[in-house]
Design a protein around this ligand. Sequence first.
Ligand code: ZN
Length: 159
Amino acid sequence: MKSLYQQLICCEITKKEYYELWATKKGYKSWTDYINYRNHITGRYNPRKKQTIKDRFWSKVDKKGEDECWEWKGGKGRYGMFWLKDRNIQSHIIAYLLSNNVNITSRNVVIMHKCDNKLCCNPKHLILGTQKDNIQDMLNKGRDNYLTGDEWRKARYNR
Ligand SMILES: [Zn+2]
C-alpha cells in the first residue's frame, strides 16, 4: 500500500520529472547526464550518428593480409549487403567506391571479383568492368549458372 505522500508524488510529477529527480539525487546533472554516463561505461557511448559511413562499413569487414580475401561479416544474401541511407547495396561495390573515390552512375558498370569470392571486400581483388565483361568472365571461368538441358534434367533427378 502506497503512502499518501507516494500517491501525491504519482499524481503531481510526471515520469520524466521523477527520473530527473532521481538522477539529481544520485549526483548527476540530469537524467540525460546519467544515461550518457551509463552508456559510456558499457561502451555504447559512441552513437552511430558520429560514425562516418567509411567507419561503419569497414567495421563489418574482416580485414586480413593485403593479398588475402577480406570477407564481409554483416548481413548477406548472395553478396554482402550494406544498408546505405534507404537501401541495401552490395558490399563489394561500396568497398570499391570507398577506396577508389569514384562516383559510378552508369547501370552498365559492374564491380567484379578477381578472386571469385562473392563476400570479399578487399579493394585489391575488385575491378571495374561492364556487364558484358562480367558475363565473359563467368564464361571464361566456367562458373555460369545456366545449365544445359541435360544437366538440368540430371540435377532434378538426382535431388
Ligand atoms: Zn578476395
